[in-house]
Design a protein around this ligand. Structure first.
Ligand SMILES: CC(C)(COP(=O)(O)OP(=O)(O)OC[C@H]1O[C@@H](n2cnc3c(N)ncnc32)[C@H](O)[C@@H]1OP(=O)(O)O)[C@@H](O)C(=O)NCCC(=O)NCCS
Length: 132
């Protein structure tokens, strides 16, 4: 099948970071951002019309800047590749600092790979026509 490689200008997820999301140093816990990446990637995978997916892999995720309480975090997710049973999504995470409207930083970028599965959890082919 030939997936759409058009970039989505809208974030798959946008959320304000709260005190409950912090690590021991008071900045945002990396696992929180990984969770958002996973969710955003899955949303992008569903946009091609595939119903049930699980995450099989997440490729290198380097945190370049801290995320702070009150930051508005946007996850931009674009499908890079559709394989036989898998969908590869690039997720870019941007933190908008509300105290400075001109300041947005790219916190990290990662590739997440999802597999289309049946009810028993076995990989199944992504059928022609599942693309939106
Ligand atoms: C995902 C899962 C169903 C895949 O089962 P599997 O028998 O290993 O599947 P396969 O080896 O046939 O691979 C399926 C697809 O995933 C891709 N894949 C598998 N491992 C991969 C990896 N490490 N990196 C990238 N892609 C991978 C394969 O290339 C294949 O893609 P394609 O069909 O488009 O060519 C199985 O590993 C699983 O259930 N994992 C747990 C998923 C989960 O619970 N995730 C939540 C986190 S706990």
């Amino acid at each position: 099948m030939s997936p759409s490689f058009e970039l989505d200008p809208q974030p798959a997820i946008r959320v304000t970071m709260m005190p409950a999301d912090t690590n021991a140093h008071g900045t945002i816990f990396g696992g929180k951002i990984l969770s958002l990446i996973d969710q955003a990637g899955a949303i992008a995978a569903h946009r091609i019309g595939v119903g049930r997916v699980v995450t099989v892999a997440m490729r290198e995720c380097v945190f370049k800047h801290p995320v702070r309480v009150g930051d508005i975090v946007s996850c931009y997710a674009d499908v890079l590749k559709v394989g036989k049973t898998s969908i590869t999504v690039c997720v870019r995470v941007v933190a908008h600092r509300p105290t400075d409207v001109k300041r947005s930083v790219e916190v990290t970028k990662a590739e997440a790979i999802y597999v289309h599965i049946d009810e028993a959890g076995r990989p199944i082919p992504i059928a022609e026509g599942e693309e939106v």
